[in-house]
Design a protein around this ligand. Structure first.
Ligand SMILES: CC(C)(COP(=O)(O)OP(=O)(O)OC[C@H]1O[C@@H](n2cnc3c(N)ncnc32)[C@H](O)[C@@H]1OP(=O)(O)O)[C@@H](O)C(=O)NCCC(=O)NCCS
Length: 337
């Protein structure tokens, strides 16, 4: 490894429309399903989320990604033209072809970059950090834009009260650059793992080359997400905690050394259970699931952005990002800010 990579700018963006638990309750009542604000708050910690307006170009995946990216570039003191590589973490692209990385490139004018989409579902941003930092570390790039953006609302099954209450849309982005030798801020380590054997816990069956969407399949909601919430819950708690312990131990740190823990924001009960396992006080955990729901690849970069901008995260502090998502995918990134 020749160089260290570090995050020099972060940004986020959300659609305008706030959707409350009561709004969801009213919506799903039209399909004969029932839920209520109290159940959703108690079982998930979610109070509200933002949902993109369908057909509004300002709220396409790439439009939200562009807003978040420009804010991240501004914080880093960089221009879009400085970007050499775009790693676009998303599972809800604008179009299958071209990639959303290309739509983003066009929108922000990153004309000297190459880029691609990276689909690791909710782990997309941390996978992207691992990939992007490789290019910095080897000296192949000096400025890399990594995003975590999802408009998952388009695959939410509004007839399934188990899953439709959980999700929101949003965008986060980070600029990765080469750290100076005397700079304390750097990505220290990352650990990624996928387990394709667990694919059925969370998937969308139709819409790829395996199964084209037909009218019949639409009627069966096969083009929408299917989720085994209880199983995901168990796998997530166990694995998020294991990943956190492993990466800290590997780098000779303990939980007490950690200043900030930013886990994937899927459910406050998952986050609290992981913190209990780690014996980590909740004051060290960054949370936005209450206001955003599960924004898939965007949960971690948007939470990071919030905590950097409100100055909770300070220079030199030890920060751990910890993700899981459909696949199942897992990933953690340990860094010094
Ligand atoms: C989905 C999830 C919120 C369900 O919470 P839970 O505490 O496990 O709830 P259960 O599945 O045990 O359901 C309890 C009861 O509430 C009911 N219920 C489910 N959804 C409901 C809703 N939205 N409103 C009211 N009742 C609901 C169930 O039907 C069940 O009723 P029953 O006891 O009569 O059978 C939770 O399992 C979860 O968040 N899992 C992780 C999902 C996830 O993170 N997915 C994304 C991965 S990136």
């Amino acid at each position: 490894m020749e160089f260290n990579a570090k995050i020099t700018g972060v940004g986020s963006a959300f659609p305008k429309t706030k959707v409350t638990n009561n709004d969801i309750s009213d919506l799903i009542a039209e399909y004969g399903e029932h839920t209520n604000d109290q159940w959703i708050r108690e079982r998930t910690g979610i109070v509200t989320r933002r949902i993109s307006e369908k057909g509004n170009p300002d709220e396409y995946n790439s439009a939200l990604g562009a807003k978040a990216s420009l804010l991240a570039l501004e914080m880093a003191g960089k221009k879009a033209i400085d970007v050499e590589l775009i790693v676009y973490g998303t599972a809800s692209p604008d179009t299958l072809l071209p990639s959303t990385a290309c739509w983003l490139q066009k929108k922000i004018g990153a004309d000297l970059a190459w880029g691609f989409d990276l689909n690791a579902a909710c782990s997309g941003f941390v996978y992207g950090l691992a990939v992007g930092s490789q290019f910095i570390q080897t000296g192949n790039a000096k400025t890399v834009l990594v995003t975590g953006v999802d408009v998952v609302s388009f695959v939410v099954n509004w007839k399934d009260r188990n899953s439709c209450i959980l999700f929101g849309d949003g965008a986060g982005a980070a600029v990765l650059e080469r750290a100076d030798d005397n700079d304390s801020g750097k990505i220290i380590d990352y650990k990624m793992l996928s387990n394709g054997k667990l694919w059925s816990l969370f998937h969308v069956e139709a819409g790829g080359s395996k199964l084209e969407v037909t009218n019949d399949l639409i009627l069966q909601n096969k083009n929408k997400m299917a989720m085994n919430g209880k199983e995901i819950f168990k796998v997530a708690v166990r694995t998020l905690a294991d990943f956190a312990v492993n990466i800290l131990e590997k780098n000779n740190y303990t939980i007490d050394d950690l200043d900030w823990f930013i886990p994937h924001q899927a459910n406050i009960r998952i986050i609290e259970a992981v913190a209990r396992r780690l014996k980590l006080p909740m004051e060290k955990v960054v949370i936005n699931v209450d206001r955003c729901g599960n924004t898939s690849a965007a949960t971690i970069p948007t939470a990071l952005d919030e905590a950097v901008r409100d100055k909770r995260i300070k220079k030199g502090q030890l920060v751990l990002l910890d993700a899981f998502g459909a696949g199942i995918t897992f990933g953690s990134v340990l860094m010094r800010w």
